[in-house]
Design a protein around this ligand. Sequence first.
Ligand SMILES: [Zn+2]
Length: 214
Amino acid sequence: MVSQPFRSCVACRTSRQKRDLVRVHLVPDGKLGVDLGGGSGRGVYVCPLHVCLEQAVKRNEFARCLKVTLAPMTVEDLEELIRERVSRKVAALLGLARRARKVVSGAEAVESAMKRHSAQLILSAADASANSVSKLRTLAKEVGIVWMQALGKEELGAALGGAPRVCVAVTDPCFAGAVMSVLKKIPVEMEARERPHGQAADLGGRAEPRKVWG
Ligand SMILES: [Zn+2]
């Protein structure tokens, strides 16, 4: 496996692998864009942590590093932009997984995939009922599968080309890993992932839910 290059966060200066950072760059209309997977041209890297994003915005690091003048932007705007990119990327990955027949959806199919240990990642819709969320989360923990919350029911359905879905199970480890690494870029308040890469699958239901609102 080729290890990815490291980059430093513009706010805290911590050096991390590129895949663990969000890349901010300039889009053609002169606004900031967000990259989740590399990208070319001039870019600025930042941790997907509220504190780093806030500091970068306050200190105007993006304009300074990109050598441009930017319209004022709040940290909330930036976080919203990241969430939106994450949602789109997760939906695209789920669409590909569906075409490769590496995803099942609906409570029954998902539970059965978990029990057969063919599920690699469980996603509950961000707007699924508390009951269905807690049921799946508990079951995922019991069988040791990563559980997360992402997208709304409508968005999950659209990604899979059909009616709204409350949950999906990704059954292929590569797709599951790709979805997890994208979901890790949702800005969080605090560092909750001081662990070597590759151990995410051991976290099971203990993984904190990362919500992607549509
Ligand atoms: Zn940082």
